[in-house]
Design a protein around this ligand. Structure first.
Ligand code: CP
Length: 312
């Protein structure tokens, strides 16, 4: 595979291959010398038009662990602020030797556009495009579920019940997770206020709910909370933050409804006290920091898949 712009780019077998490769990368990351020579001589550019902590840093570290050269490009401090287009920026980076461009952009479809328009030859990896997709987030979430429930030797995630809660309308994480979890055989329920529930998710195989407590009563194995994406909202989607939190936060009362052997996830960054309480974020069932750790292994696996022809 040369590009990863959507979970739809992956067959089930390819998705599992990435998760298995991430397990091997995890073992490398646990060694004293955490480095492989796999991508020596390759240049990877992190082209970020939106802010990021986890994704940008883990892609940078992943490239370094695989011995590639890395350039971090922040649009705000580049010639983009002078009006340079995405095409010209990408071609400039390729002229400087980029073999892969990891792109985060506020416009849905930007990664696909870069991969398919023939502007550049480099591999294109989507690190989040608008409210469309964030495929490596879904892969690291699947990796975390496999690890938490010791499913590494299973063929897929059959039997897992995953509840995704919150601002689904603006969430690229929810869309990529729904596509991947269904591909891997998990049951997915999506709970959101009616104003933040996009149409058509039932056609992708999700059960839909407008009541968080009722969804928790169905005993999901995974409760995945999402950030409310105020920066993508151009209207009023709920009466007030307090009322949103009352109905949709993973509060102490709802935390008590989460099964003892279930796990809590959040892609980050979190708004503590709004969509998730500190009690839930710091609960022993929380896997939020494991998600961050697995992000490194998964991104190593994805860079390896897109850029290396060799076996691990
Ligand atoms: N989950 C996620 O994409 O986090 P960042 O915005 O910090 O990269």
């Amino acid at each position: 595979m040369k590009h990863l712009t959507s979970i739809n780019d992956l067959s089930k077998d390819q998705a599992i291959q990435i998760l298995e490769s991430a397990d091997s990368m995890g073992a490398v990351n646990a060694r004293e010398i955490k480095k492989l020579p796999t991508l020596r001589g390759k240049t990877i550019v992190n082209l970020f038009y939106e802010n990021s902590t986890r994704t940008r840093i883990s892609f940078e570290l992943a490239a370094k662990r695989l011995s590639a050269d890395v350039i971090n490009f922040a649009a705000a401090t580049s010639s983009v602020s002078k009006g340079e287009s995405l095409k010209d920026t990408a071609q400039t980076l390729e002229a400087l030797g980029a073999d892969a461009i990891v792109i985060r952009h506020p416009m849905s479809g930007s990664a696909h556009q870069l991969a398919t328009r023939g502007w550049v030859d480099a591999s294109i990896i989507n690190a989040g495009d608008g409210s469309h997709e964030h495929p490596t987030q879904a892969l690291l979430d699947a990796c975390t579920i496999r690890q938490s429930f010791k499913l590494e030797d299973s063929a897929d995630l059959s039997g897992m019940k995953v509840l995704i809660v919150g601002d689904i309308l603006h969430s690229r994480v929810a869309r990529s997770n729904l596509l991947l979890l269904k591909k891997l055989g998990a049951e997915v329920e999506i709970a959101a206020p009616a104003t933040l529930m996009p149409e058509g998710l039932d056609r992708l195989g999700a059960k839909l709910s407008n009541n968080f407590e009722e969804s928790l009563e169905r005993k999901p194995n995974v409760v995945m909370m999402l950030r409310v994406q105020r920066e993508r909202m151009n209207g009023s989607y709920f009466p007030s933050s307090r009322e949103y939190a009352q109905s949709w936060s993973l509060s102490g009362k709802r935390l008590a409804m989460v099964q003892k052997d279930s796990i809590i996830m959040h892609p980050g960054p979190m708004n503590r006290g709004f969509e998730i309480s500190s009690a839930a974020a710091d609960d022993p069932r929380s896997r939020i920091l494991d998600q961050v750790r697995n992000g490194l292994s998964v991104r190593m696996a994805v860079l390896h898949m897109c850029l290396s022809t060799g076996e691990l």
